[in-house]
Design a binder for this molecule. Structure first.
Ligand code: NAP
Length: 288
């Protein structure tokens, strides 16, 4: 079994991005600028946004953080989105999810200019992905495909089973994995799937994007398959300073010995998601 080191791979990709930024600046251009909008004080969101801003610094991007308390109205947030759409200094921006319940997330996503939607969540970008057109691919699926490529894990003709059909992970990943050049045969499973175990046991590549710690157990896995664990659930722990630890969707201890490759949590898919966001921002900067 080989551990897929998302941290190491993401460091390599960040170095490549940093080189490109240096070249842009040497040629008289300006550094790409990513803005992040953060509403409220959700612990997970605070951490993710802090990592994104820190990664921008590492590769030489300009970044800005726009913060609001969680009583901001939907209208105020939409006005901020409109302002960022019009700000010629900002190449791309993200609105960190989840948003407070009184704000319609989909409305906010659809208000973002697709040309600045570096998260790739806008229906125009999702639609372009489906049509096989150039687009901002949502960050997590794009990071997963990068990991498979960098570890030379064969995908052509292989059976990829994805558990989860969300618009940010499972669904776009299923499209990417079946695209020409990746060429996997894809099955998407969800909470209404019957005989899940029989299906997962036929997977050459099994992706778990559910949000239920330890959901994928050893009896669900074909020996020798590659496993990508997307799940990141905060679980109480008395062994950490913070009082919680991050848990994946796979029962790592019992599943890892069976597979050819597996991503750890943390340190697998997470760092790659940030890299893809940086790649999209670089692309947005070049296109403008
Ligand atoms: P989500 O929107 O809640 O979707 C979860 C999916 O799992 C749904 O499609 C759901 O099916 C399916 N599911 C739930 N219970 C199931 C069951 N018993 N059997 C089969 N399928 C089941 O979650 P998400 O946004 O895709 O995120 C999934 C996980 O990935 C979360 O832990 C999240 O924190 C993590 N995540 C990590 C990163 C990263 O960078 N590492 C990025 C994004 C998300 P239905 O559609 O039928 O409800």
């Amino acid at each position: 079994m080989e551990l897929i080191d998302g941290k190491k791979t993401s460091t390599e990709i960040k170095q490549e991005i940093a080189e490109e930024v240096k070249k842009i600046i040497a040629n008289g251009g300006r550094a790409p600028h990513l803005a992040a909008v953060l509403v409220g004080h959700d612990g997970g969101s605070e951490t993710y946004v802090a990592h994104k801003i820190k990664s921008c610094e590492e590769v030489g991007f300009k970044s800005s953080l726009i913060r609001f308390e969680d009583d901001i109205t939907e209208d105020e947030l939409l006005k901020t989105v409109a302002k960022l759409n019009d700000d010629s200094d900002v190449d791309g921006f993200i609105v960190q999810l989840p948003l407070p319940k009184h704000i319609d997330e989909q409305k906010v996503i659809e208000a973002i200019d697709p040309k600045k939607d570096v998260d790739g969540f806008h229906p125009v970008n999702l639609g372009r992905l489906v049509a096989g057109l150039d687009t901002f691919v949502s960050a997590t699926p794009s990071g997963i495909v990068d990991l498979l490529k960098r570890y030379n894990i064969p995908t052509a003709g292989k059976h990829c089973v994805i558990i989860g059909r969300s618009n940010i992970v499972g669904r776009p990943l299923s499209i990417l994995m079946s695209q020409k050049g990746v060429d996997a045969t894809v099955t998407v499973c969800h909470s209404r799937t019957e005989n899940l175990k029989e299906i997962t046991k036929t997977a050459d590549i099994l992706v778990a994007a559910i949000g239920k710690p330890g959901f994928v157990t050893a009896d669900m896995v074909k020996p020798g398959c590659a496993i990508i664990d997307v799940g990141t659930t905060r679980v109480k722990s008395d062994k950490t300073k913070s009082g919680w630890k991050l848990c994946g969707d796979v029962d790592f201890e019992n599943v890892a010995p069976l597979c050819s490759y597996i991503t750890p949590v943390p340190g697998g898919v997470g760092p790659m998601t940030i890299c893809s966001l940086l790649k999209n921002t670089l692309k947005a900067g070049k296109q403008r």
